[in-house]
Design a protein around this ligand. Structure first.
Ligand SMILES: [Zn+2]
Length: 136
């Protein structure tokens, strides 16, 4: 069992300190950069998606989404973004075929548009933003 105060390695490879325990294996984590995220210890994408929807509903019901001045709205937006990154997305691919060249594909991160070189293709997470990548 994870305990409050324990430092755990998140599945994006970063470390976080547990500062709260919620139901269903959900933890409130303080990240190395000082931000707070809700983290699930298992591959529960359904819970992640439901949580994202709930947070989005609260955001549009209680806050002006265009305004960045409200601290609570900002926390909600960050939580939504972090949760979305934990759901694997397919990389963007662009096909190239120059004259007299062998056709090739370039891959980009679907979240931050960061470019992947061929040696990054094995990475489960974007090195730039932490987005989980589905290479299947
Ligand atoms: Zn990225």
């Amino acid at each position: 069992m994870v305990k409050i105060g324990e430092v755990i390695v998140l599945d994006n490879g970063r470390k976080g300190k547990v500062i709260g325990i919620l139901n269903c294996g959900e933890y409130v984590i303080e990240t190395e950069k000082g931000g707070q995220i809700i983290y699930f210890d298992t591959e529960k994408d359904t819970i992640r998606k439901n949580t994202i929807n709930t947070l989005k509903q609260i955001l549009s019901r209680d806050y002006d989404e265009q305004s960045d001045c409200n601290e609570e709205a900002l926390v909600l937006k960050i939580a939504i973004k972090e949760l979305e990154k934990q759901i694997a997305k397919k990389p963007r691919e662009k096909h190239y075929e120059g004259e007299g060249e062998v056709p090739y594909i370039k891959y980009k991160c679907p979240s931050c548009d960061g470019r992947y070189s061929l040696c990054d293709i094995q990475d489960k997470y974007c090195k730039n933003c932490g987005q989980k990548i589905d290479w299947s």
